[in-house]
Design a protein around this ligand. Structure first.
Ligand SMILES: NC(=O)c1ccc[n+]([C@@H]2O[C@H](COP(=O)([O-])OP(=O)(O)OC[C@H]3O[C@@H](n4cnc5c(N)ncnc54)[C@H](O)[C@@H]3O)[C@@H](O)[C@H]2O)c1
Length: 451
């Protein structure tokens, strides 16, 4: 079985790569190594069948046990919360160098000769240019200045001298939505955050600085692409999708949310920026799938204030339909991930629910049949009972703390889509509290009225 190791796999890029590998984890031995322990992320890896080892890449014995029989290593572990100028570089330099250079040497030393190492270097290895340079190609000599990029250059050299099979990708600034591992300091991500808060972006020196940018998911895709191409060995590539000025990125944000304010200032910038060329990369056949506007929109939408629907209960029908001779496919988009589906059959004339959920939103997809939904807002003592019929194909969504009852007009089947627990012994205590909304007399009346 192929063994794939991802160091720093709980990080921003590692998380995205793990998603790509989740579909293969059942027939590959995939191991994530990270010094952090992030509960949700570790659970997700375990659920996919990906192994997780918490530890430090500087611990050689620990790393040897993991790497001695590896076929592919994505070496993402590194210190990334780093200074942007020499004066900001205080006590952190030693750790950046240790993890960056020494940690990478340990990885090279521990893997067998047959192993392929995929290493993320950075476009910042060109930070020393004091004039604008466009489309820098891979053979351009580096001019790193700060500890972070100097370390990356050293690891590039160490890999070239290691005699191991490697691919180095010099990444542009990586942007895109992620969950707990979000790198919010990267310019497009930071601008999206400010935009989602209707804030103000200050464009130093008018925002003329040039940046090379690349979408997060394409970065993960490109690493995987490089690992699978046996013909690509001992090579360095620049991984960049867009070349834009800071001002152009900010203006895209403003298009997405016009409430954003842009202010141009005279503040100095360290350099006018530079761009890296993706010509060599594209010649391999790699194709980008995502772009900046799409990713900015996703981040800004996810972080912006949402208009919550005012109704106590509303229904949603399937969308994005696909119909052919075999029948119909329709898709339902949910507002939150669910972890449980209840399958429930009910006979004509019967009653279910007569309760409320203090925390959970109720989501029922009626697959077959018809029922009268009776609801009442428990947060408002003056609220009236409301009724509506729910039809086949509807998802009926009811707010928490709204008492609800179903009176079935036909033999029915529905799926109860649940986020959270529904332990039977907690009925009446946590997830579900009884509330008699429909008694026998009302049941009979409702059936008469709606039949
Ligand atoms: N995101 C970018 O824009 C970008 C650009 C160029 C290069 N890179 C490089 O790509 C790699 C991954 O970047 P990212 O954005 O995912 O960073 P990240 O900070 O989100 O992830 C790095 C991970 O490495 C882990 N780690 C740090 N020190 C460790 C140690 N000693 N032992 C084990 N694990 C350790 C951290 O816990 C973290 O989960 C880094 O090497 C970074 O320098 C990133």
């Amino acid at each position: 079985m192929k063994k794939i190791v991802i160091t720093g796999g709980l990080g921003y890029i590692g998380t995205e790569l793990c998603k790509l590998y989740s579909g293969e984890a059942w027939h590959k031995n995939i191991v994530v190594v990270d010094s952090r322990f992030v509960s949700e992320r570790v659970k997700q890896l375990r659920d996919w069948g990906i192994d997780f080892k918490q530890g430090d890449i500087l611990n050689k014995d620990f790393m040897y046990e993991i790497l001695k029989d590896a076929d592919i290593v994505y070496h993402f572990a590194g210190i990334t919360d780093v200074a942007y100028t020499k004066s900001e570089e205080n006590g952190q330099s030693e750790l950046i160098t240790k993890v960056g250079i020494d940690g990478s040497k340990i990885v090279m030393d521990c893997v067998p000769d047959t192993c392929k190492i995929l290493f993320p270097s950075t476009h910042v290895v060109y930070e020393g240019f004091n004039k604008t340079v466009y489309n820098i190609e891979e053979n351009e000599p580096t001019c790193a200045q700060l500890t972070y990029s100097t370390g990356k250059v050293q690891t590039e050299l160490d890999l070239q001298n290691s005699g191991k099979n490697y691919v180095i990708l010099r990444l542009a600034s990586v942007y895109g939505y992620s969950t707990d591992t979000m790198r919010i300091g990267i310019m497009p991500n930071l601008f999206s955050k400010i935009t989602s808060q209707n804030g103000t972006i200050k464009l130093f020196s008018g925002g003329v600085q040039l940046k090379s940018l690349v979408p997060l998911i394409d970065v993960a895709r490109c690493f995987k692409f490089m690992s699978e191409r046996d013909d690509i060995k001992n090579q360095t590539f620049h991984l960049s999708k867009e070349n834009m000025t800071v001002k152009e990125v900010a203006e895209l944000c403003k298009q997405i949310n016009p409430k954003l304010t842009l202010i141009e200032t005279d503040d100095e910038i360290p350099n006018l920026g530079y761009t890296i060329s993706n010509k060599k990369l594209l010649e391999t056949g790699f194709e980008f799938r995502y772009d900046l506007k799409q990713c900015l929109t996703e981040m800004i939408t996810n972080w912006s204030k949402k208009d919550i629907r005012p109704e106590l209960e509303y229904t949603v029908q399937g969308g994005k339909e696909y119909i052919d001779d075999r029948g119909k496919i329709s898709n339902y988009e949910l507002t939150e991930p669910i972890n449980m589906i209840g399958y429930i059959e009910s006979k004509k004339g019967t009653v279910r629910a007569n309760h409320y959920h203090p925390v959970q939103e109720q989501k029922c997809l009626l697959i077959k049949g018809k029922y009268v939904s009776v609801i009442k807002d428990l947060s408002n003592p003056k609220s009236q009972t409301q009724t509506q019929t729910i039809q086949e194909g509807d998802i009926a969504i009811i707010k928490p703390n709204v008492a609800h009852t179903m009176v079935f007009l036909e033999d029915s089947i529905f799926l109860n889509l649940v986020r959270g627990e529904r332990e039977h012994e907690n009925y009446g205590v946590t997830h579900t509290i009884p509330y008699k909304l429909v008694n026998e007399k009302l049941r009979v009346n409702l059936i008469k009225q709606f039949s």
